[in-house]
Each structure stands twice: as structure tokens, then as C-alpha cells.
Design a protein around this ligand. Structure first.
Ligand SMILES: Cc1cc2nc3c(=O)[nH]c(=O)nc-3n(C[C@H](O)[C@H](O)[C@H](O)COP(=O)(O)O)c2cc1C
Length: 200
């Protein structure tokens, strides 16, 4: 495996294992839709580096899949990949993307990913969790931290503005200063609320 071959003495500190890619032939059967398949992939990717397993929001019980990943040796959960989506060209009635459907990212995904973080934090108080989905501003990142994320990734927003991650960090820092809090305090607050569940 590439990670195992290259990490000796390199700057690579972890490997993200994407078990939730939407761009595969059989989208309804991605690894992250199955506890068994997720555990098998995690077991097969042991490489001496921490593995962050990236899960799909397209499941009814993401905490169950997260449990399988953690049980198989994942050091962290990345929550989440994109939602399965489809856009049609109304002149032709055909899918806009060449491969048919695709993954919905950005603002529309954000509340779905926040809920995934919240539910996994409630189920796994000690797990390392990275929140990703629709972060283009400080408030969206703070929401992830309050839901229980230890760290936040910025994806789609960097296509529009490559400085987006830096701006998000700046805004989070300012918000924390203004509100007399810190990222660590937000994380601790999320852990202390872990008994609260989202109503069905
Ligand atoms: C164009 C595009 C390509 C992506 N490629 C990958 C990929 O190769 N591997 C992966 O794990 N996630 C991939 N993602 C998912 C993102 O990493 C991220 O999980 C998702 O887009 C939600 O975050 P965002 O709303 O900040 O983009 C991709 C997303 C987009 C929009």
C-alpha cells in the first residue's frame, strides 16, 4: 500500500480511508453502506498510520457504521462525504453529469453532516471526529465543533476561494475571542451534552 511504503520519515501523519465515494458503478452498495464491508476495508488498510475513515451520510444509522469502523481499528471518523444527488438537463431530460448521478456537497449538505457528527459524538464520546460538509464560514465550523467535531475540513468552498480555510479559521478565532470561549471549550461543551439525542 502506498501509505505504508511512503510514510517512513515523511510528513504524512494519517491516512483518510474513503469508503463512501459516490462515483462508483453501484452507488447503492458503497462500502460505507454496510457495517461488514466498512470493517473489512478498515482491517485491510492497516498501514502503521492512523486511519481516518470517511463515511457516507446516505445511511439510516450512521453511528452503527461508525461503530464498525472504530471496532475494526479506525482512529478517527470523517463525517461526511456527499449526499447522492442527480441533476437533469431539462432540454434533453438527461443527467447533467456524464456518469449520471453525483455527490451533493456544500451548503445543502451541512445540516446532514452536523447531525452525523452529533449522533456519532453521542454514541462514541471518546472518538476523534472530523466534521466536513458545507463549511464556508466561521459559524458553520463552530456549529460542527458544538456538535462534537474535534476538527473541521473545508472542501467545496476552496473551489470558489482557495483562502476559504484560512478565512474560516480567522472567523472562528474572532468569534471565540468575542464570546470569551475557545475551540477546546466548544469541544468540551459538546462532550458534556453527549447524552442529548436528536428527536426522531
Ligand atoms: C468535486 C469534488 C470531488 C471530491 N472528491 C473526493 C475524493 O476524491 N475523496 C473523498 O473522500 N471525498 C471527495 N469529495 C467529498 C469532499 O471531500 C467532502 O466530503 C464533501 O464535498 C463535503 O464537504 P464540502 O461541502 O466542504 O465540499 C469531493 C467533493 C467534491 C465536490
Amino acid at each position: 500500500m502506498l501509505a505504508r511504503a511512503t510514510h517512513g520519515g515523511s510528513a504524512i501523519v494519517a491516512v483518510e480511508v474513503n469508503v463512501s465515494c459516490p462515483n462508483v458503478d453501484d452507488r447503492s452498495r458503497m462500502f460505507a453502506h454496510s457495517e461488514t464491508a466498512t470493517a473489512q476495508v478498515v482491517a485491510a488498510t492497516e498501514c502503521g498510520l492512523p486511519r481516518w475513515v470517511k463515511l457516507s451520510p446516505n445511511v439510516p444509522d450512521i453511528a452503527a457504521i461508525a461503530g464498525a469502523a472504530l471496532g475494526a481499528g479506525a482512529e478517527a471518523l470523517t463525517l461526511t462525504n456527499t449526499l447522492l444527488g442527480l441533476a437533469l438537463d431539462i432540454d434533453t431530460g438527461r443527467p447533467v453529469l456524464g456518469a449520471g448521478g453525483g455527490g451533493l456537497s456544500g451548503e445543502g449538505l451541512h445540516p446532514v453532516a452536523v447531525r452525523a457528527v452529533w449522533e456519532c459524538r453521542a454514541a462514541f464520546p471518546d472518538a476523534a471526529i472530523i466534521g466536513v460538509g458545507g463549511v464556508a464560514s466561521g459559524p458553520a465550523a463552530i456549529e460542527f465543533l458544538m456538535a462534537g467535531a474535534d476538527a473541521v475540513q473545508v472542501g467545496t468552498a476552496t473551489f470558489r476561494d482557495p483562502r476559504a480555510p484560512w478565512k474560516v479559521l480567522r472567523d472562528v478565532t474572532r468569534w471565540c475571542r468575542k464570546n470569551g470561549t475557545s475551540v477546546d471549550a466548544l469541544r468540551a461543551g459538546a462532550c458534556s451534552r453527549r447524552a442529548i439525542t436528536v428527536p426522531e
